[in-house]
Design a protein. Structure first.
Length: 211
């Protein structure tokens, strides 16, 4: 199965509470970024929004949010959650490696919370170009992906298979600097511990500004 088929299967057949990345509470890193003013309310795109938890929360914090995901099933969950919370978000099905011209220059901020490690190196330049094109001049991107130093799923190797049947790519800071550098200024890039449903992960966190 390709990534779209995998995600459709997961969001259709796996209960939301059993999806490892589907966390109902926003991550502390994101909360702190907003609390300290590092990220301020603006037009934001939630890349790989999944079931919409973070998109709904960001809307409640005063952001104008568009959530996009490769999975139609995920977007259906997100729309239902937004309706239950009585908030106004926009959601759409979109392949972030495909045509994103409809979003050209549309956002002040892009948030990629654990999308990039689903994308393999050969496709990453296209992904970064697409995210770059979706941002307005001086727009920012917050990117979080698993570090090669993480011990998940065997704890060794760049490519690791997960119990859900997906394969993830674990990155180094050096790789990410080379990936982002042609398109973004790197305001900060560090390796930190972030919470997960079944335990913490070691992740690369990058705050970028569009060149």
């Amino acid at each position: 199965m390709n990534l779209r088929e995998q995600m459709e299967h997961i969001y259709r057949d796996v209960p939301l509470e059993n999806i490892p990345w589907n966390l109902s509470e926003p991550p502390l890193l994101l909360i702190e970024a907003i609390k300290t003013g590092l990220i301020e309310p603006c037009k934001v795109v939630d890349l790989g929004c999944g079931a919409g938890n973070y998109a709904v929360w960001l809307t409640q914090q005063g952001f104008e949010v568009t959530g996009i995901d490769i999975s139609k099933e995920a977007v259906g969950h997100a729309e239902k959650l937004a309706a239950q919370a009585a908030v106004s978000c926009h959601f759409a099905v979109c392949d972030l490696l495909g045509d994103v011209s409809g979003y050209h220059g549309s956002f002040d901020l892009a948030i990629d919370w654990e999308v990039l490690h689903h994308i393999f190196p050969k496709d990453r330049p296209q992904y970064v170009r697409n995210v770059h094109s979706m941002l307005c001049p001086n727009g920012k991107c917050l990117s979080v992906c698993f570090s090669e130093n993480d011990l998940s799923f065997g704890g060794a190797g760049k490519l690791r298979d997960t119990p859900l049947g997906t394969t993830l790519y674990f990155s180094s800071e050096k790789e990410l600097r080379e990936l982002f550098g042609p398109f973004f200024g790197i305001l900060d890039l560090s390796t930190v511990e972030i919470p997960g449903k079944h335990g913490p992960h070691v992740a690369n966190v990058a705050l970028l500004t569009r060149k």
